[in-house]
Design a protein around this ligand. Sequence first.
Ligand code: G4P
Ligand code: NA
Ligand code: NA
Length: 194
Amino acid sequence: MNLLKQKIRTEGIVLSDSVLKVDGFLNHQVDPVLMQEIGEEFASRFAGEGVTKIITLESSGIAPAVMAGLRMGVPVVFARKRKSLTLTDQLYSAGVYSYTKNETNEISVSTDYLSSDDVVLIIDDFLANGQAVLGMLSIVEKAGASLAGIGIVIEKGFQNGGAALKDRGVRVESLAVVDSLENGSVTFHNEEAS
Ligand code: G4P
Ligand code: NA
Ligand code: NA
């Protein structure tokens, strides 16, 4: 996705050797034109897979997931990180361990919005260590739903989430893979450092 890579190059801020800040178009302010292209790209990569539902995680996964859902004509469910005020729902839940915070938080989806009839596409904004996606995978398994695959906007190829998912035989489509953030610059997969 050239527009995405261009955005990362021009507006991304390398905070350290491992953290890329993209608040200008993905994690705080959202660029709708870019999100639309991202949605179309996910839709085309997963066309013909019989996807009936997209699952993401609040909050930054919602924008790309909704644009994909619009294009694919399927609903989008975002897993919640906090318990809803209306604590009446039956839930599928999973623990998500954060390496940076060294804590496990529960994410959940109501049983009303995911069932064994669904074919799920999981979408998230970042793939780092993969804990959030593994939590969503666990929720899909608990519902007895099928998995079409995983769509990621930005994968950090130097962290182990992508490998962990591929080891499980899951299809992962990442629109931009960052292989390095060393020396303050972004190197994409299959590209020389610039
Ligand atoms: P990790 O230990 O597995 O790396 O994950 P961690 O729990 O630390 O991740 C916390 C948040 O940081 C997640 O978003 C994740 O998507 C995001 N993240 C991980 N690496 C990067 C990075 O290099 N750049 C950016 N911009 N984000 C990164 P979240 O807490 O779910 O927040 P939200 O944005 O979805 O609300
Ligand atoms: Na996220
Ligand atoms: Na995030």
